[in-house]
Design a binder for this molecule. Structure first.
Ligand SMILES: [Zn+2]
Length: 430
């Protein structure tokens, strides 16, 4: 069993407690000891990392990833990628997330039926590097809504962005297909989206009968339903039917907020603010000038989302970072910008944003007792950060500030500072 002793640390443990100085011992794939304020005695055979006061924190959890999105500016450009290239691309993106400090990710939807499942299995088998991963289905949608982008004269459903169903029986068949493939969650597009002007973010498309069928079939296998829900009605629909993961949740009213609060221990909200913010402020670069973004409703939605999220955070609803990176305007790897967005738009403190990315991340990964905190007995998913994320969250989005990344007790990125700064704990030079 390998052992690594991190000394001379400033520890943000992910629980929300104030940072403290201390040492952390990793043995095998678990954190076996954490000291507060005191130095740990040298451990025989342990590799010693003197962090020289750097911050040690839990690896981050991305609550809303799309590994299969290929940094394109349109949904069509994602979908026309041939399967073989797409599989390799998806695997490459998994590695990108890990190398940016995301040691766990929740898949929110994939672009072809089995991309997510195959990547998750390959990670778990040690075939490719990647974070701990929960694999998603494709987006399941209905005719005319987000994800049904097939042109009327081209009847090739497999080239549509989502799986298009009509009625409960087609829903049942589709959900069962993804469950057979081994997904961890089924994704339903309940609302429209401003990317689809004829089915904008305030519209709600899926019928209650279809949602009920999807939830029933999914829960039969003990899996989870996540939803694309921007409109007020779609959020209520998700909550009525027991969907656990709500993506976006932009438009709310008092009744919706009450419902969210009533279910706050069961549900997670991951707003994925990057699309709204980046298209509104930087969209010109991608052919969507500010005026066009406003016509599409992005200023209205961002304003509504800000109001909704601030209310949710005040009511104790778990709002998690991450979301919808993998477009031209918000590329894979930039995801940690979301922590700053949660402070600016959802009214969190920097510590609350870090707790959302770590402790609550462990909760959305369904491993609250062993993931997302620097705590004895927890899995050794760890970041060593050059600087103080509480003073400046943007350093978490800067790969060069991540001195070390450890997943499951193994370095993904090994620190170089032990050699650079020898201490009395270091082994004598050979
Ligand atoms: Zn998404």
């Amino acid at each position: 069993m390998t052992s690594t002793l991190f000394t001379n640390l400033r520890i943000i443990d992910g629980s929300g407690a104030a940072p403290y100085t201390g040492d952390v011992l990793v043995q095998g794939n678990r954190i076996s000891r954490v000291t507060h304020g005191t130095r740990m005695a040298p451990i025989a055979g342990a590799t010693v990392i003197d962090a020289a006061g750097a911050t040690l924190m839990p690896g981050m959890v991305e609550a809303h990833t799309h590994f299969a999105w290929n940094n394109a500016a349109t949904l069509d450009q994602i979908q026309v990628m041939p399967l073989e290239e797409h599989m390799l691309w998806t695997a490459g993106v998994a590695k990108t997330y890990l190398e940016h400090g995301w040691t766990s990710c929740v898949g929110a939807a994939t672009a072809k039926p089995r991309l997510d499942v195959v990547v998750r299995n390959a990670i778990n088998e040690g075939l490719i590097p990647g974070p701990r991963y929960l694999a998603a289905s494709q987006e399941i949608t209905v005719q005319g809504s987000l994800g049904d982008d097939m042109l009327p004269h081209l009847p090739y459903p497999e080239f549509s962005f989502g799986q298009v169903v009509s009625g409960p029986e087609e829903m049942r068949r589709c959900v069962r297909m993804f469950l057979k493939f081994g997904v961890d969650s089924i994704k339903l597009n309940l609302s429209g989206d401003n990317l689809v002007p004829h089915a904008d973010a305030k519209t709600t498309w899926m019928s209650d009968e279809e949602v009920a069928m999807a939830v029933r079939e999914t829960k039969l296998r003990g899996k989870r339903v996540s939803v694309h829900a921007r409109s007020c009605d779609s959020i209520k629909q998700a909550l009525r039917h027991g969907c656990e993961v709500i993506y976006h949740a932009s438009f709310t009213d008092e009744e919706t907020l009450d419902m969210l609060e009533q279910q706050k221990d069961k549900i997670f909200v991951a707003p994925g603010l990057s699309v709204l913010i980046r298209l509104l402020y930087d969209g010109a670069e991608w052919g969507i000038p500010r005026r066009r973004a406003e016509e599409l409703g992005y200023d209205e939605e961002l304003e509504a989302a800000e109001k909704s999220l601030r209310a949710m955070v005040k009511r104790g609803v778990r709002v998690l970072p991450g979301g919808d990176y993998g477009f031209a305007w918000a590329r894979h790897g930039e995801n940690a910008k979301d922590l700053g967005y949660l402070v600016k738009y959802a009214g969190m403190t920097p510590m609350e944003a870090i707790v959302a990315a770590t402790k609550q991340g462990g909760e959305i990964m369904m491993r609250r007792d062993e993931l997302g905190q620097v705590k004895e007995g927890f899995l050794a998913d760890i970041l060593l950060v050059d600087g103080d994320p509480l003073a400046d969250l943007s350093i978490l989005a800067d790969q060069s500030k991540l001195l070390a990344i450890m997943k499951d007790g193994v370095f993904v990125k090994e620190p170089t500072l032990r050699q650079a700064r020898p201490t009395r704990w270091s082994l004598p030079a050979a």
